[in-house]
Design a protein. Structure first.
Length: 358
């Protein structure tokens, strides 16, 4: 019986999937300079307006710049990166509200700047988080003005109305751009024939899987699967049948795995199976189960078999390419040993037989 594999760390509500975490990380890397530069320019603008608005907004802006720099520095050093990011936006909103309170309340020109942190937040987190953040921001802005300046807010609601509109518009625009970006990224990372993630998809996901496994003290295994004699299938039966074989094998691999496992098409007839939290013998058992499932019945009347190479690691300085090279070497050993079998890199002289592990 297969031993239970170690489970990856529990994901937060902010970033429950790999795609959510990747979006957050990529957005931070791509907008770090703009974020800091924007905060600095805002500080300069408020400094120029200090004779009319007072010094409190300037001090608040300096605090915002400082917390932006601190957040950027700590971002890659903590497992609570998403929470730290949200806290950063909350502090920025608080600083802006404090500046607005100190410079006229509901009539302060600082008030519409509350849209800035929401614009950044919505570009880095999924739609549910963005909409929730919008609701919190609107309640915070409106409640602050009504509680501290009830009469002035009722007499002069124009700036508050503009601020609420800018908050909603900023979130809507950011979400629309993020949706387009996600669709384009998915196209780039997806193999159109099988619907599986491709080599770029593996590159994008492996680092996150490896980080999660490392945090849990668990291994990561990679199985490289190759369809035996696939060129002969194309030559004898045509490329349409070859495409059918590829799509069918992809479906078999996908349906025989856990939800957290991932299958990729690396190119041609080669696939990769990423197993988070699964080590040596368990990974070999998974590979044997996949091999047997493919060989179980013909595909369009053709007997199809696969060979597989397995490698396991806890940390690899070369990322997925390091573990891939070892799994690929094991795959080559499986083919040299007669195909339709699985070989582990850790025991490269001991192939797993056609009918089980030996």
């Amino acid at each position: 019986m297969r031993a239970p594999a170690a489970q990856p760390p529990r994901r937060s509500w902010l970033c429950p999937t790999d795609a959510d975490k990747r979006r957050m990380n990529e957005a931070l890397e791509g907008t770090r300079a703009a974020h800091i530069g924007g905060a600095a320019l805002t500080t300069l603008a408020l400094l120029a307006c200090a004779p009319w608005l007072g010094w409190m907004p300037v001090l608040g802006a300096l605090v915002a710049v400082a917390q932006t720099l601190i957040t950027a520095r700590l971002f890659g050093r903590t497992s609570f990166a998403a929470h730290l990011h949200v806290l950063s936006f909350a502090l920025m909103l608080g600083v802006i509200l404090n500046g607005a309170v100190a410079s006229g309340g509901p009539t302060s020109p600082v008030l519409p700047m509350a849209a800035l942190p929401m614009l950044l937040l919505s570009g880095r987190f999924r739609r549910t988080v963005a909409v929730s953040g919008l609701a919190v921001a609107i309640v915070a802005v409106v409640a602050t003005m009504l509680v501290l300046f009830p009469q002035r807010t009722l007499d002069h609601p124009e700036m508050l109305a503009v601020t609420v509109f800018l908050l909603a518009a900023s979130v809507a625009i950011a979400i629309s751009f993020t949706d387009v970006e996600d669709r384009l990224r998915e196209r780039v990372h997806t193999d159109t024939l099988t619907g599986l993630l491709n080599r770029l998809g593996l590159d994008a996901r492996f680092s996150r899987v490896a980080d999660d496994a490392r945090a849990a003290g668990a291994p990561v295994s990679l199985i490289v699967v190759d369809i035996d004699h696939f060129k002969k299938v194309n030559d004898d039966h045509g490329h349409d049948v070859g495409d059918l074989v590829l799509a069918t094998v992809a479906g078999i691999l996908t349906t025989r795995l856990r939800d957290v496992d991932m299958v990729f098409r690396l190119g041609g007839e080669e696939f990769a199976v990423l197993l988070p939290g699964v080590g040596g013998r368990n990974a070999a058992a998974v590979a044997e189960r996949l091999r047997a499932a493919v060989a179980e019945k013909p595909i369009d009347g053709i007997d199809v078999t696969v060979s597989a190479g397995i490698a396991t690691a806890i940390a690899d300085p070369d990322g997925w390419r390091g573990i891939y090279r070892r799994a690929d070497a094991a795959l080559l050993a499986a083919k040299r040993a007669g195909r339709n079998r699985c070989v582990s890199f850790e025991a490269i002289t001991l192939p797993f037989g056609r009918h089980g592990v030996r």
